[in-house]
Design a protein around this ligand. Sequence first.
Ligand SMILES: *Cc1c(COP(=O)(O)O)cnc(C)c1O
Length: 403
Amino acid sequence: MKVSSPQGIVPLDNILPEEPLLMMGAGPVPIPARVAHANSIVINHLGDTLARVIEQVKAMSHYVFQTESQHILGVAGPGSAAMEMAIVNLVTLGDTVLSICNGFFSGRLAEMAERNEAKVVRHQVPDRESADVEVVKALLDQHRPRVLTIVQGETSNTVFNRDLPEICRLAASMDCLVIVDAVCTLSTMPLEMDAWGIDAIITGGQKGLSSIPGVSLVAFSDRAWEVITAPDRELRHWCLDATLADLFWYKKSYHYTAPVSGILAIHEALRLICNETLPGRFQRHLRHSQALQNAIEAMGLELYVPPDARLNSVVGIVVPGAIDSADVLRHMSRRYRVEISGSFGPPIVRIGQMGEQSRAHNLFRTVHALGSSMKAHGGSVDLPAGVAALEKTLETFAFGPSE
Ligand SMILES: *Cc1c(COP(=O)(O)O)cnc(C)c1O
């Protein structure tokens, strides 16, 4: 043997922190104990047990995606694999695609369409703004695209496309397929696939759903399925071919070895969502995100996006010029064992409010860790005022009629 066994390898326990860090960034997010337990099990990928699990995953997905579609597919891969699955199955060579780009992830959909040799019209939405319905309408009229891509919540700069329902309706009325990236938003805020006329919804495991990374779901509409099953269709992809995935997800047959543990994990994540109910879960996320936002402002810090375009699932906080955000993140992590995210561009740090992140005890710890670490690195923040605002909002948050 020419290559010898490596020296100095230590067990994982020597590498991982003794107490796990609290993951309060832009994903992955903490997972409930039941999800973690499910993820530790391996079963036969073609047996009756997994078949029953798959039936339940699809049934629960109908509720979570708000759709009656019989084309709900899982993919062994990150949210990006689900994005690519939607793009490669719906965008054919030479198609015109209108990509509404708010930031990094919506831009990735455009890039994927370009790699698929579509004619991509990128509409760059001004930073810190929602996509404007009138502008999108004009672009639809001008370019008559086959497909429109858009993100519900842009995790990278914490912008929310609040007029998504109207944009979807407009596109559908012009016979344009709509692909919506809901990786960070699904189950944290309303999204209605059928009622809004969406043709593909993409989600990942590790954000809104509070499952593990690496297993993702895509839901296709009947209209999308007609395109996918058109007789003259040619696809260069094999793993991402929706008609092959359909063999496994609807015909109890073999495509590739399904990520069984991850599917069990997502089953538990979906079951917890169904138990909580969507209205209850939306209220929880709204209340906790609002409390976090109030706390940040009461500390004397600024939120990156104005209220009318602000995402609740991921909150962007402006880092005052004199402070190095990398120092603050390191301090939070080392001293308080809390991880939040930096950014891909704007001068912000980001705190997630997705799934298990959206709990009062996690917020108190995070707000304290952020405020205290900013102070330690020269920031002037009023930490007690922040904690008081957090407490007050959580206590007095007015629930809507659904609660
Ligand atoms: C995280 C994220 C993705 C990509 O998910 P990966 O699992 O990292 O591939 C796509 N879209 C949005 C909105 C996201 O937040």
